[in-house]
Structures are given as C-alpha cells and as structure tokens.
Write a protein that binds this ligand. Structure first.
Ligand SMILES: Cc1ncc(COP(=O)(O)O)c(C=O)c1O
Length: 388
C-alpha cells in the first residue's frame, strides 16, 4: 500500500503485512533458510539486506515488522533484533570505533547504563554522562572525539522529558549523530525522526508488542545507517525469530487503539495518587507539578502510560503496598495491556549504584507503574485498598 497517504492507524494495520497464500495477516513463516535462486544470489551480492537467504539475516516475519516500523516511525529503513538491548548494543558497536566518545545520561535504562559504563570502555570508547533534561549539559560534555548524543524520550523511571529539538540542534551544530531510545513513548506519541533525530531505537518488548509475550528490539533511520547496522547484526547475531516477529507485528496493529486508553487511565490514576495522603510525590507528564509538564505538552501531548511515585514510609512500605495489590501485577516490564508495578531499586535499576540511583531521584519508597487497558475504576480500587 502507499503508506505515506494513509493515517497512522491504517499504516499500523496494513503496512508491511505479507499476504502469503492470500492470508489477511502475515502467517508465521518458520524457516531458517531459503532456496538459493538467481534473484537471491543477486540480493546476496548487493549486501544481503532484506533478502530471504538465511534466518539470521532476515525472515518473512521480521521483514514485515521492519516495513511496518518504517511506516509508523518514518525514516527509510529498519532492522529488528532479538531484544531491545541487542538493538542498542549492535547500533552503538556499528557506529563507534576505538577512541570515539559518546554523551549519554545517568538515568538512562539500567541495561543501557551497564553497556555504556562496563562494556564500551573495554573497547576504548569514552562515555560522559550529562543531564538529559538540560541540553546545554550535553553540549558542555562534547569533546573533539564525540560521535553520538544518546537520549531517551522519557527517562526511566522519573520520566524526565528530553527536549528533542534542542538536542538535535546541538548535534547538528557539532556534526554528531543523535540516537533516541523511544521505547517509553512509542511512535503513537511522537515520531523523533521527523524532529531531526538520526536513529530511533525501541525495545519492542514494550508498547509495540503490547502483550508481555515477546522480547524484541528495533532501530529505524536512514538507509545508510541501517545498512551499516545490518552488517553488524550479521556478525553479532542478535536476530529475532519468526514466531516473536509474528507476535510483534500482531501487537503493532493495535497500538493506536491501546495507547489512548492506557494514557487516559494513567492520567486519572496519577491525579488520584497525587491527592492521596500516603503518597509523597507523583511523576506523570499530565500533572502540572511535573517539572517537564510544559515540554511534555509540546512534544508528547497525547500522554504516557508510565507513572512513578514515592510511597511514604520508604522501600518497606512500597514493597508491602505492591504485595497487597490484586489486579496490578508485580513484574519488571512495561507497555503491556495489563498494569505492571515494580520497585526499581530491586529490579530494573538494581545494577545501578545506589548513589547514582539517589541522584536520579530513585529514593526510598519509589515505585514504577506501567498502566494497562483495564477499567480505570478497578485499577484505582485496587491501588486504594493496597495503600490502605
Ligand atoms: C527504555 C528501555 N530501553 C531498552 C530496554 C531493553 O529492552 P529489552 O528488555 O527488550 O532488551 C528496556 C527494558 O526494559 C527499556 O525499558
């Protein structure tokens, strides 16, 4: 289909779908290798990207996802991976060489923090941490060998909002590549490539998959960048399998109907939590009290499904609250149709040193909540009885 002329929901449903055997959806095409024809040999000679040769390179189902991602995020091409971390690691290893420097932020996702602080320095890559909320701190960290500014749309878990256009302006001024982890927002909320970002990364495990039943990752950008990243994907091997790609494509088709419910539920719960006497502080971009409320209204006016809050009484009170919930499930992920809750100190951010966690605002009693599509009154009743 000519995806550019259609709306977001139509593109989400139809773009990329492979109608094999006249099926209305892309069937699971569970093959690891394909017959070598003249056409495939030609594709191989041209670099092998998006050529059905061998399952580590691409599959029918992963190609369907890649095409749908381009239709939803913009850009020219996409590659998909076995996990969000495989997408991030492969992208950074494709773009950086020994002696290069990257600027990122202390409060990025814990796994990315580990990659930047434990792995990249082993290969002679320098990393400087700055504050994503303050683009001038990124500019101040730029060195002659800087290659990449690495940002997240919303930080995890305090939901700082990155001023993407300001970051892009700094990157362009210094001739740098901007990479954004857009997992927490999804292409439904905004499309960073249209704002000038070079590469958009997703843990597709989250909102894009949307049902807590797969692990996956993706990167979207220019043909040139994606061809380079594809070449490294062959070497590092972090390819997705056909079944998880099938589940991902199915999830992506309903993103546009899941997100409005998730975001309106989240705004209601955030407002009620803020008024609750047992809650010290609430972070949600819909609240006027959120330090980045104004930027969020400009960049992410449709909202977000992520909430963070601090329960009075410290970590013990937070754990006891979580374990009294009946509907909201204690688990370390986000973006599914079901609401999930965790304390970052013993899960997603457990590997982040305590002083770094404190500086990022992850104080005792801190809870992260990913809101699902349940009835909002059921969610609130569950939270209220657990707080009580
Ligand atoms: C913002 C963000 N980026 C990347 C990742 C890593 O994704 P995956 O678990 O699919 O490897 C996560 C996982 O929670 C995440 O929250």
């Amino acid at each position: 289909m000519d995806s550019k002329k259609k709306g977001f929901a139509t593109r989400s449903v139809h773009s990329g779908t492979q109608h094999i055997g006249d099926a209305v959806n892309t069937p699971i095409f569970q093959s690891s290798t394909y017959k070598l024809t003249d056409e495939r040999y030609a594709g191989w000679a041209a670099g092998a990207q998006h050529t059905l040769l061998y399952g580590r390179l691409s599959t029918v189902n992963s190609d369907a996802v890649a095409q749908k991602l381009v239709a939803m995020e913009g850009g020219e091409d996409a590659e998909t991976f076995a996990s969000g971390m495989a997408a991030i690691a492969t992208t950074l290893m494709a773009l950086m060489n020994q002696g290069d420097h990257i600027v990122a932020s202390n409060d990025i996702y814990g796994g990315t923090y580990g990659l930047l602080t434990e792995e990249l320095p082993r290969f002679g890559i320098e990393v400087t941490m700055a504050d994503m909320r303050d683009p001038s701190s990124y500019e101040a960290a730029i060195q002659p060998n800087t290659k990449i500014l690495y940002i997240e749309t919303l930080t995890n878990p305090v939901l700082k909002v990155c001023d993407i256009p300001a970051m892009v302006a700094i990157a362009k001024k210094h001739g740098l590549i901007t990479i954004i982890d857009h997992t927490f927002a999804s292409p439904w909320a905004c499309q960073p490539l249209a704002l000038g970002v070079d590469l958009v990364i997703h843990s597709t495990t989250k909102y894009l998959g949307g049902h807590s039943d797969l692990i996956g990752g993706a990167v979207i950008g220019s043909k040139e960048h994606i061809a380079n990243i594809f070449h490294r994907k062959i070497h590092f091997g972090g390819c997705p399998d056909p079944h998880s790609s099938y589940l991902l494509e199915r999830g992506m088709r309903t993103l546009d109907v899941r997100m409005p419910r998730i975001c309106s539920n989240a705004a209601t719960i955030a407002e009620r939590l803020e008024a609750h006497p047992k809650v010290e502080r609430v972070y949600h971009t819909s609240l006027a009290s959120h330090p980045d409320h104004e930027i969020a209204q400009r960049l992410l006016p449709k909202g977000t499904g992520m909430i963070a809050f601090v329960v009075k009484g410290g970590d013990e009170a937070a754990l006891s609250f979580m374990r009294s919930l009946n509907i909201v499930y204690e688990a370390t992920s986000l973006g599914g149709v079901e609401s999930l809750i965790e304390c970052p100190f013993n899960s997603s951010h457990g590997a982040v040193p305590e002083d770094v966690r404190m500086a990022a605002g992850i104080v005792p009693g801190f809870v992260r909540l990913s809101i699902g599509i349940e009835d909002v009154e059921d969610l609130w009743n569950d939270m209220e009885q657990a707080l009580a």
